[in-house]
Design a protein around this ligand. Structure first.
Ligand code: ADP
Ligand code: MG
Length: 697
């Protein structure tokens, strides 16, 4: 039996531990830093560092690391031991405040988008005291921000913290206008639902594509996929269930509120979701969670695939970013209350979000853009690449009445039919039915559903927070000057909802009609990474980020470069892997099978002309023709990779070429490869099949 309350947070140097272990004045000073962002005194830091080290040693740690989130897309860590030589050949274990607060890793090998030359490649990591340190695998992990020595930001945490500051400041201005002067701080909260696949490690090890790229680059469909809907919420297999139980225990020990687990739509696909928390923590927890998910899988001879599209023909994996705003007084600002039509506070925040999502569709799309996610968005399984918002029937009707200037009856049809007299708070289930919307209101929060399963959730939240901060700022600037706040606020809400109503769509986002309709409305449909990322540097976006001090112009440019370069690199690796698999495994395997068929036919003929050899002849002909096409396509793909090199100096053209030419060639090559797989004996086919992988756990 696990004692969950005891286990929970046992590997975290959390508030309780700090209270127990720090001298009172040190604890108070540290709390001030955490809550109010006050600078940390070095003597306080020394005391905290000492207590942390003592605690970490008790947890079996010998090392510490500044854990950070560079632009690689994965977290980074460099481990230093606590040992300090004593001059007499002995060592003691020590950890100073200086080492806690600041680290100086060599930054030259992290992507920086050309932000600094390698001769000044130093960077530094700075402790983020708002996220707790934790002990894992013998090392004390200290969450940190990562900057270049000249101060440019090279990570995802720093802009996230900046964006949280911004939205807090502007939301507080609005709340003060509404008379809520006791509110001093506002936090955004996030609950990310995480999808993943689990497959057997032996099969994974036999697939170079999974090893190098995280997805299958070849693979004919299995006779069965997800068409029976029998996996979604289905009974969980023992091996998977043991994995999930073990995963929960690990996550709880790191203070992660793991709450929900279930099977997902595709075979071998699952989901885990924690209870929401402050965005900064939610981001760190999700990064840690993805790491732990992969490590725990090893124990069960499983591999946890976090790629957005490991298998063609069945659903890919996403991540739902449930996002809300709440005050330090404990109020959820996206809670519509009993009477949303009269709830001016709710309507102001709603209007700000509607305006923000409409004006910065491109940035939201960019924030989830990745080579992996390109396989999902618009591919009839996840929300399309078009951003729109779903408000639900009731809220939709309220918004309609506001924009049309008509009286809102206050009672939806559904309620009247049910004859319910006294209604509880606004019903969650009237809002949550549209599963196709990329940005849906779900009762007391918005659910941004376009995220790919492997994305760092900091990215979309940086955009969301900044965008909403900007709109709230514009609102506050206007409303602070108004003579009659209430009527000014009401007309501002009406005007805003009217002007940005085009972003609201309650219908089926997967339908072809929506694509046409969205175009009529002037909404963006950015289908690929290069198309989306090009908008990073649009005038309005530079203005947004620089004026809100979230990114400088240089930092934005750097991110644009890193995103495009990274995209090109990923496609390049995929293409090289395909070429390798084709030449070294697939062509020889099919050739061998053809030889066996030919030999069989020849020996039959030698025995007697009367024995039919039609089958062998037909197969040999078909496979031989395909082999020729296949090897021609391999050559074409290789040539396109050579061509790509010429474009290297123009990062946009380079990424475009990978998208339009290299990727297209890969698709064609795969189609022929998969067709050959269906005609080749499984004894000869060099890789585990889709059926074996998807149903093999
Ligand atoms: P569903 O699958 O219906 O979307 P889940 O229960 O799986 O619902 O996930 C909902 C997520 O939303 C959970 O992580 C939950 O903690 C989170 N959530 C609930 N309220 C808020 C809120 N106010 N802010 C952010 N996230 C929230
Ligand atoms: Mg959800």
């Amino acid at each position: 039996m696990v004692n969950v309350p005891e286990l929970f947070g046992s590997n975290v140097f959390n508030d309780e531990t700090m209270r127990d272990r720090l001298p009172k004045p040190v604890y108070t000073a540290l709390k001030k830093t955490i809550q109010d962002g006050e600078a940390l005194d070095i003597s306080v830091a020394n005391s905290v560092a000492h207590a942390m080290k003592e605690w970490a040693i008790e947890k079996g740690c010998t090392h510490y690391t500044h854990w950070f989130q560079p632009l690689t897309g994965v977290t980074a860590e460099k481990h230093d031991s606590f040992i300090t030589p004593q001059g007499d050949g002995n060592v003691i274990m020590s950890f100073s405040g200086k080492a806690l607060i600041k680290g100086e890793p060599d930054a030259s090998s992290f992507p920086s988008g050309g932000i600094r030359a390698t001769f000044e490649a130093r960077g530094y990591t700075a402790w983020d005291p708002t996220s707790y340190a934790f002990a894992k695998d013998g090392t004390l992990y200290i969450p940190t921000a990562f900057c270049s020595y000249t101060g440019e930001v090279l990570d995802k945490k720093t802009p996230l913290l900046r964006s949280m500051e911004r939205i807090s400041k502007e939301a507080v201005r609005i709340l003060h206008l509404l008379g809520k002067t006791d509110v001093t701080r506002v936090m955004t909260t996030v609950g990310p639902e995480q999808e993943y696949f689990l497959i057997d490690k032996d099969m994974y090890d036999a697939r170079p594509d999974l090893i190098y790229t995280g997805r299958t680059l070849f693979g004919a469909k299995a006779p069965k996929g997800q068409e029976l809907d029998d996996h979604y919420f289905g009974s969980i297999k023992t091996r998977v269930s043991q994995y999930m139980a073990d995963l929960d225990k690990e996550l709880w020990s790191y203070g992660i509120y793991s709450k929900t687990k279930h099977n997902e739509v595709a075979p071998s696909q699952h989901e885990v979701a924690p209870i929401f928390t402050t965005t900064n923590l939610a981001v760190d927890h999700n990064e840690l969670m993805m790491d732990v998910m992969q490590k725990v899988a090893e124990k069960y001879n499983l591999v946890c695939l976090l790629h957005e599209k490991p298998f063609a023909g069945v659903n890919g994996s996403g991540k739902h970013n449930n996002w809300s705003i709440s005050t330090n007084t404990g109020e959820n600002l996206l809670s519509p209350g009993k009477n949303p039509a009269q709830n001016l506070q709710f309507l102001l925040f709603l209007a700000a979000i509607v305006k923000g999502v409409d004006e910065y569709q491109d940035l939201l799309r960019i924030s989830v853009a990745s080579a992996g996610n390109d396989h999902r968005l618009g591919a009839n399984e996840a929300p399309p690449a078009i951003i729109s918002m779903f408000l639900g029937d009731e809220l939709g009707a309220i918004v309609d009445s506001i924009t049309e200037g008509t009286e809102y009856s206050g009672e939806s049809k559904k309620k009247m039919q049910m004859g319910v007299e006294v209604l509880p708070d606004f019903k969650k289930d009237t809002t949550d039915r549209n599963r196709t919307s990329p940005f849906a209101f779900t009762g007391n929060r918005f659910e941004f559903r376009m995220l790919g399963s492997s994305v760092n959730v900091a990215s979309p939240n940086i955009v969301l927070n900044t965008v909403v901060a900007e709109e709230l700022k514009q609102f506050a600037d206007k409303l602070e000057k108004a003579d009659d706040f209430e009527s000014a606020a009401k007309s501002l809400v009406a005007k805003t909802l009217k002007e940005h109503g085009r972003i609201i769509f309650n219908g089926n986002n997967y339908s072809d009609e929506w694509v046409v309709e969205a175009e009529k409305r002037g909404l963006l449909n950015l289908k690929s990474v290069p198309q989306a990322v090009a908008h990073y540097l649009d005038e309005k976006n530079i203005k947004l980020f620089t004026e809100n001090n979230v990114f400088s112009k240089e930092e934005l440019h750097a991110r644009y470069e890193v995103d495009l370069e990274n995209y090109a690199k990923i496609i390049n690796i995929e293409a090289l892997t395909m070429v390798d698999m084709a030449k070294k495994d697939i062509i020889p395997a099919v050739t061998a099978f053809v030889r066996e068929l030919t030999d069989t036919a020849l020996s039959k003929k030698a025995l007697s002309d009367a024995i039919p050899v039609e089958l062998e002849t037909k197969l040999v002909t078909s496979l031989s023709q395909k082999l020729v096409c296949f090897s021609n396509k391999v050559e074409e793909l290789e040539n396109s990779l050579i061509q790509a090199v010429e474009l290297e100096n123009d990062v946009q053209a380079y990424a475009d070429f990978y998208c339009d030419t290299v990727f297209a060639n890969m698709q064609e090559l795969r189609a022929i490869g998969d067709a050959m797989e269906t005609e080749t004996s499984s004894e000869y086919w060099p890789y585990p099949s889709y059926g074996e992988m998807l149903f093999g756990v």
